[in-house]
Write a protein that binds this ligand. Structure first.
Ligand code: CA
Length: 516
């Protein structure tokens, strides 16, 4: 079956997709006390923050700011302490979440410019395509950053495809790349949202286009100055990476972004609640530029970076409140996580460094965004599903890449070996029924590292530079023991190479043409 033929056809606007439906299916079934039998299939919401560190929320140890909505989710759910993104930056991490494939298997999965082509094969069984196959309505709201359009890129003034709708989402309202990259517009389904065709949008990552001022030439026009790069077209008083012109009526206002996308996510919940739904809500917060709405500006003692953490917490609270209003909270599986570790100065002079104080964005872990240390990929990960999952904490090793195989298992779907080849079914761990998740995980930044229970092997191009850490006794990765335990390093290097030479790691499959 050509899955895409079935998946690409439903592309109605959010506003017209479904009228209010009967609220008889998920979430309104048996009360908790009667949940001895398996509850009906849960709705699933993944709330994915951007660059939110392990230590950035109070239930993971932050004390200079409080995140009550996230803390509540943790109190009522399962809080994981060894959960990871595959990668220490946005694009590869999100690629892995949606495809179940390690991003380092593919060229072109690094951080993308805003005019990149879609990097996911539309024939691939993606997370939304799998959920759709399982009978869910599927939606994405928020940051995309996986490219749009075919090899020539997106037609910003026409139909923008392929994109989310061709990968299995029924409805889509996205920030095409990142907040700090052009084009600074939202895309709803196949169209730029709010675009006036008389003012066509142009986007360039080469030569400047149009006559909008740039941060480089007109710093006097900026309300937020770059600390590095970020000096091209000015939109809303903030200079970006990349150029754009036109599309004035469609340009976003950074201060309103959390409100706009949170409302879209809540609209999706309201409109789709007649049947099981899957919502991927990828917030812009807490990525740069950090431009909180005035009601959050100055609310934290940590400058804009702290303010947008509070703003993110507000978004989470709005989602939880929407579920409660529709009486869906009981049977909705909510995962809250982040696409990679934290960064303090990420290109704008927003006082994040000056006002950080004693706050530790990565919590106890070394490093952060871009880094192969644990702080690069170890992220907050909270799962709440009141009808099924007891609250508590879990030390199981799990990864966002495992959502695909785990949710397939939850729905009784079997994956072929070449589908989501690196996604492992860790459902028992996610549900708190097992203390162990996956046994090994490849972590990815500028190099690769292999986790094997408490061991971590970081590979260097020359083996003499490789490192081995015992995370049980040395969680901060300060004591390289490769000389003391050389056999373990040799074993893990061999395993890592074997994983690279295979086409997948869930079920070892030889690459076509590879030596056995
Ligand atoms: Ca990110």
């Amino acid at each position: 079956m050509n899955l895409n033929q079935n998946l690409g056809s439903r592309n109605g606007l959010f506003s017209i997709t479904l009228a209010w439906g009967l609220l008889l299916v998920a979430g309104t079934g048996a009360p908790l006390a009667a949940a001895q039998t398996a509850p009906s299939r849960p709705n699933i919401i993944i709330i994915l923050a951007d660059d939110l560190g392990y230590g950035d929320v109070s239930c993971y140890g932050a004390s200079r700011i409080q995140t009550p909505a996230i803390d509540r989710l943790a109190r009522e759910g399962l809080r994981f302490t060894d959960a990871h993104a595959t990668s220490a930056t946005c694009t590869p991490s999100r690629y892995a979440l949606l495809t179940g494939e390690y991003p380092w298997r593919r060229k072109g999965t690094g951080i993308l410019p805003g005019n990149a082509s879609l990097i996911i094969d539309t024939q691939c069984l993606t997370l939304p395509a799998m959920m759709k196959k399982a009978g869910y309505r599927t939606g994405v709201v928020g940051k995309w950053h996986l490219g749009l359009g075919g090899p020539e890129g997106a037609d910003w003034n026409g139909e923008i495809k392929p994109g989310p709708l061709e990968l299995g989402f029924d409805a889509s309202f996205i920030i095409p790349a990142t907040g700090d990259r052009t084009p600074c517009v939202y895309v709803e389904n196949h169209r730029v949202f709010g675009l006036d065709p008389r003012d066509p949008l142009q986007v360039s990552y080469g030569q400047p286009v149009g006559d909008d001022p740039t941060g480089k030439d007109h710093p006097e026009l900026l309300k937020l100055h770059p600390s590095q790069g970020h000096n091209q077209t000015i939109v809303n008083g903030i200079s970006r990476i990349g150029y754009m012109s036109g599309g004035k009526s469609a340009r976003w206002v950074d201060e309103d972004m959390a409100d706009v996308i949170t409302k879209k996510a809540v609209d999706f919940i309201n409109q789709e609640s007649a049947q099981p739904f899957f919502l991927y809500f990828a917030t812009h917060d807490i990525h740069v530029p950090r431009v909180p709405h005035p009601r959050f500006a100055g609310r934290s003692p940590m400058g804009a970076r702290g303010d947008v953490i509070l703003q993110f917490d507000w978004s989470v609270g709005e989602i939880l409140a929407a579920l409660e209003r529709r009486k869906l909270a009981e049977n909705t599986l909510v995962i809250l996580s982040s696409d990679n570790g934290p960064v303090v100065d990420d290109g704008y002079r927003d006082q994040a460094v000056e006002k950080l104080g004693s706050h530790q964005p990565a919590g106890p872990w070394r490093g952060g965004k871009y880094s192969i240390w644990e702080g690069g990929t170890r992220i907050p990960f909270i799962l709440r599903w009141p009808a099924r999952v007891k609250s508590g904490t879990s030390e199981a090793l799990v990864c966002l890449i495992d959502c695909l195989a785990s949710f397939a298992a939850l729905n009784g779907l079997k994956l072929a070996p070449d589908q989501a080849p690196d996604s492992v079914n860790v459902l028992p761990a996610l549900l708190g029924e097992s203390k162990t998740g996956r046994h090994q995980l490849v972590e990815h930044a500028q190099t690769l590292a292999l986790r094997d229970a408490g061991w971590k092997y970081i590979r260097a191009p020359k083996e003499s530079g490789s490192q081995l850490y015992d995370l049980i006794s040395d969680p901060r990765e300060t004591n390289n023991v490769i000389r003391q335990v050389p056999a373990k390093a040799v074993e893990m290097r061999g395993q890592l190479e074997a994983m690279q030479n295979a086409a997948g790691t869930r079920i070892p499959v030889a690459k076509p043409g590879a030596n056995p």
